[in-house]
Design a protein around this ligand. Structure first.
Ligand code: CUA
Length: 317
């Protein structure tokens, strides 16, 4: 839980510390609105203070009418129209430099689940690659996200890269993002989706394009330790009914793909660091760590078996 607490609203998840063009537009809009709103507030309060300090006197009907017309109708309407125009101009489909940009090469399908993320990479040439609970992106390249959900409405948001987009069952929403800075960030689910909504997040790793391609090729393959001792216990205790480990007989598609779970930044969709201890505790008590999780608890297994399975999974890099 400490990862969650420590990451709260720090830079890795701040829309005001953008690492991409979309988020920069959002941050700029925020600051323009703050400054414009602040100036208007100062003008209104200034006028109020000025009025209370004036000696009372009678104004002509004409002067009062002019004040209401300009101060009460024309000025606010003009200013709001200007700010609205600016906000509309920042919309992704309107901005000329976005409309003219190259189409995205990489497409990533993300599906909201209770309470985790199913991720499938579609590189421009090559077969799709499945993963879960973590999104890796090449820096400087436009990436198209195809967002949907299998159960209830979730919402996908990488604050440092751009605006949020709902994930709606039976519908695919599209969002294009381009990261400008390599680094490790965080994305939360931003639509209430059940008891563990607040425990549904993912890590975002923005890599140099060459590193990204090497990583993706690696993800497509089998993990080196896929034949560690815990593997047979993983199969024997039924874990393979719900989880995939590429290159083994584990082909269950209900839960997250665990093929390279040991190399991910987090465990349990953005909430725990990856270690044999955290993996063991998740196997034992998924319903305690993530209330409402659909994974059954395996606390009846012998501790030695849990430890062996955890060591096996931690080794899947
Ligand atoms: Cu998924 Cu909130």
């Amino acid at each position: 839980m400490s990862v969650l607490a420590a990451s709260g609203c720090s830079g890795i998840q701040s829309a005001l510390e953008p690492a991409g063009a979309e988020a920069e537009a959002v941050a700029r809009l925020f600051w323009v609105m703050v400054v414009a709103g602040g100036l208007i507030w100062c003008a209104v309060i200034g006028t109020l203070v000025y009025a209370t300090r004036q000696r009372r006197r009678v104004y002509g009907e004409h002067a009062a009418g002019l004040l209401i017309l300009w101060g009460g109708a024309l000025f606010p309407a003009l200013l709001l129209a200007l700010l609205l125009g600016y906000a509309l101009w920042l919309m992704p489909n309107v901005r000329p430099w976005i409309a003219q940009a190259e189409p995205a090469g990489l497409r990533i399908e993300v599906e909201g689940e209770q309470f985790w993320w199913r991720v499938r990479y579609h590189p421009p040439n090559g077969p799709p690659v499945d993963a879960a609970n973590e999104i890796r992106l090449p820096v400087g390249e436009r990436v198209e996200f195809a967002l949907t959900s299998s159960d209830v409405i979730h919402s996908f948001w990488i604050p440092v890269l751009g605006g949020k987009m709902d994930m709606i069952p039976g519908r695919t929403n599209r969002l294009t993002l381009q990261a400008a800075k390599a680094g490790t960030y965080r994305g939360p689910c931003t639509e209430f989706c059940g008891t563990s909504h607040a425990l549904m997040a993912f890590s975002v790793v923005v890599m140099e394009p060459d590193n990204f391609r090497a990583w993706l090729a690696d993800q497509a393959g089998t993990s080196q330790s896929a034949r560690a001792p815990g593997h047979d216990l993983f199969i024997a205790h039924g874990c393979a009914a719900c989880h995939v480990v590429k290159g083994t007989e584990a082909r269950g598609a209900v839960g997250p793909d665990l093929s390279h779970v040991g190399s991910r930044e987090t465990l349990g969709a953005g909430i725990l660091p990856v270690s044999t201890e955290t993996i063991a505790s998740f196997i034992r008590d998924p319903d305690v760590i993530k209330p409402g999780s659909q994974m059954p608890a395996f606390r009846m297994l012998p501790e030695a078996d849990i430890a062996a399975i955890a060591a096996y999974l931690e080794g899947l890099e």
